[in-house]
Design a protein around this ligand. Sequence first.
Ligand code: ATP
Length: 193
Amino acid sequence: MKTCIFGGTFDPPHIGHLLIAQTVFESENFERLIFVPANISPAKKNGDSSSPNERSKMLEIALINNPNFEISDLEIKREGISYTIDTIREFVDDLKLDKDELFFLMGSDTLKSFHTWKDPEEILNLCNIIVAIRPGFTPSDIPQWVLDNVRFANIPRFEVSSTNIRRRWREGKTIRYMVTKEVWEYIDEKDLY
Ligand code: ATP
């Protein structure tokens, strides 16, 4: 079953995540796309993220009514720092997926640090990486062996980020259209940021 994994912190999940996921779902003819919220992202270890449960709940309400999308709590259950290689290995073992059926979606900002991740070569052996380009992307920042082994997706480019949304919320600015109405209501109700 052609499967795409989409890992991230999702604090909060926003329209950029949803749109790139939906776009690659269609263009690559995936049969399922699984969002995997990190327990603790190796890149965001300073601990000022919302709790895994809150982020997972926001994803759940952001994905309501989309039968193509699933959420996996595998990184949250594993606890500790969430390394993508451990997640890919678990998917390979549990779902018995060969490389031609397994894809991992990321934004181009994330690709910049990919070569510093745990076991990047092994990740490339086990799955195919699809990259959604974000504004400001410069391929010269990326090692050639990484560029040679990933595929760039043709997606609408616009800059919306969770960091920007959290900042706007703290400044009392609107986040209308950046997150779904339900996610907005959840952030408001929990006074998350
Ligand atoms: P933050 O601002 O907190 O770093 P983020 O908006 O980048 O968050 P993450 O949850 O860290 O969101 O992202 C999950 C994945 O989605 C990453 O691979 C990231 O590059 C990608 N992504 C997020 N926003 C976009 C966007 N607007 N376009 C393309 N890719 C994106």
